[in-house]
Ligand binder design. Structure first.
Ligand code: DUC
Ligand code: ZN
Ligand code: ZN
Ligand code: ZN
Length: 488
């Protein structure tokens, strides 16, 4: 494959600006973005006339090769990333799960899993416990390992879940390290109660999954996490916002000036819960994820929130199990491994649902699928931009061509697809990952081991500003008040 590449005549779209220009790439880096570039004969030329040339997608939320609910996701770092590249995503950020509560052991496991990567990737770190060792390891993770975000699960009682005391410790530690705190916001104790109710009612099927953990439990946990982050005065990132209830809490907090980021996922934006009532177990169980896909209406409201800026970037929570694994829960929805696909479908479905429908502009499309993620996790403009000096992660999207989704033709290893049969306008025809053309003419050319680990530096500047604000606030109180002892 050529190390020199010219993409000619397309409309180059960044989050701030679009213009007709050529893009010249050398050794994996964008060297020039200008109209009518002249290059030598040895350069591979791709004609993008009439098409959009955009930064490759960055999926902020995936689970590849994750051990979960007694099994392991069927997409690993190679198959999941290959699927991503075929759908126009050129980087993802995956969640490291600690091993026996050890962050370092967890990270070593994930470093090993990621060796077969064919696409650039970064990591978030989940926190399942808090003590002196975890606190020390968090510092090592941030300062030496290139991770600047920690996720807390308020659900999954008995395994991943943290209580409020632990969440508070974690939030304070994130703040002191200049790391971003993330939450899976569902009330795990109440979910446990909801599940018992369903079993008592004799509801064992996949619909029981949705009924046992209604939107109110997501709204409660979202509100609680936001208020505790406000109390600690540290920014918060809410993953997979699935309901109006959670979205409204984020809207309210942002309106008051609190730094809260809201991430909808594709399944929440484009699906409703009707599939969970399908009489066929394989069909119904493929929709089981947490928080659940909600009743019709939540999807449209989340689209609106993405278009008006209450929510900022789109993830997938790609976490796939095949129908044999889903069947572990054939007699009891609590045993159905949670997770749906999306890493390959995200770019197409966001284009079709948000841009084709006129809800967002093309520049906003780039922002919500790529640039905002790069900014939030502190890797912009190396990623998320088509400007000289950025990594050559580029897609060419043809707005007049169409896509169709089905399990037969998708590149994920799973045997079902929650978007089965969907078609729409706008197709990613070419994907370029750090200068290599990996997807062209519906053909994938991926090399295991070619993906690089992207280090994400902490937010020193931003957070030292917060500490100053805290100090000036405290000194403005003139505390402590001096009182003389009463003598009577
Ligand atoms: N939800 C899922 O559906 N799968 C993985 C973890 C999660 O929180
Ligand atoms: Zn520009
Ligand atoms: Zn989650
Ligand atoms: Zn997740």
């Amino acid at each position: 494959s050529s190390t020199k590449l010219l993409i000619k005549g397309g409309t180059v779209v960044n989050a701030h600006h679009q213009e007709v220009a050529d893009v010249y790439v050398e050794d994996g880096i964008i060297v020039a973005v200008k109209p009518d570039l002249k290059v030598s004969d040895d350069v591979k030329v791709i004609d993008a006339t009439g098409k959009f040339v955009m930064p490759g997608g960055i999926d902020p939320h995936t689970h590849l090769a994750m051990e979960f609910m007694g099994t392991e996701t069927i997409d690993d770092f190679f198959s999941g990333q290959a699927a991503a590249l075929a759908g126009g995503t050129t980087m993802h950020i995956d969640f490291v799960i600690p091993v026996n509560d050890s962050l370092i052991a967890g990270l070593e496991t994930y470093e090993e899993k990621a060796k077969k990567s064919c696409m650039d990737y970064g990591f978030h770190m989940a926190i399942t416990k808090f003590d002196d060792i975890v606190s020390r390891d968090m510092e090592i993770i941030v300062k030496e390992k290139g991770i600047n975000s920690f996720k807390f699960f308020l659900a999954y009682k008995g395994s991943l879940m943290v209580n409020d005391e632990l969440l508070l410790e974690g939030l304070k530690r994130c703040k002191s390290l200049g790391a971003l705190a993330m939450v899976h916001a569902e009330n795990g104790d109440a979910v446990f109660e909801g599940q018992k109710r369903m079993i008592q009612l004799g509801i064992f099927g996949p619909e029981g999954h949705a009924l046992s953990r209604p939107p109110v439990l997501e709204g409660e946990a979202t509100a609680r996490a936001i208020r505790l982050a406000g109390f600690v005065n540290t920014p918060l990132y809410v993953v997979h916002v699935m309901s109006i209830d959670a979205m409204e809490e984020i809207a309210k907090a942002r309106k008051s000036g609190q730094r809260v980021v809201g991430e909808p996922v594709v399944s929440g934006l484009v699906l409703d819960d009707s599939g969970l009532w399908d009489s066929d177990f394989t069909t119904a169980s493929k929709y089981v994820m947490s928080p659940p896909i909600r009743a019709s209406g939540h999807d449209k409201a989340l689209q609106g929130a993405l278009s008006n800026g209450v929510l900022q970037l789109v993830g997938t929570d790609h976490c796939v199990f095949n129908s044999t694994q889903k069947a572990f829960g054939i007699d009891d929805f609590r045993k159905i491994p949670n997770g749906v696909n999306g890493i390959e479908e995200r770019m197409h479905l966001v284009w079709d649902t948000m841009v084709e429908s006129g809800q967002i502009s093309i520049t906003d499309y780039v922002r919500v699928t790529s640039t905002e993620c790069a900014r939030i996790f502190n890797i912009y403009p190396r990623k998320g931009a088509i400007i000289a000096g950025s990594d050559a992660d580029i897609i060419i999207l043809n707005p007049n061509s169409s896509f169709e989704i089905n399990a037969r033709s998708h590149h994920s290893r799973t045997d079902t697809n929650v978007y089965e049969g969907r078609r729409g306008k706008g197709k990613v025809e070419v994907t370029i990952a750090r200068g290599r053309v990996v997807w062209e003419n519906n053909e994938l050319k991926v090399v295991p081991g070619s993906g690089k680990y992207i280090e994400m530096p902490p937010f020193n500047y931003l957070f030292s500003g917060i500490d100053k604000a805290d100090a000036s606030y405290l000194s403005s109180l003139n505390a402590p008040v001096k009182r003389s002892k009463s003598t009577t």
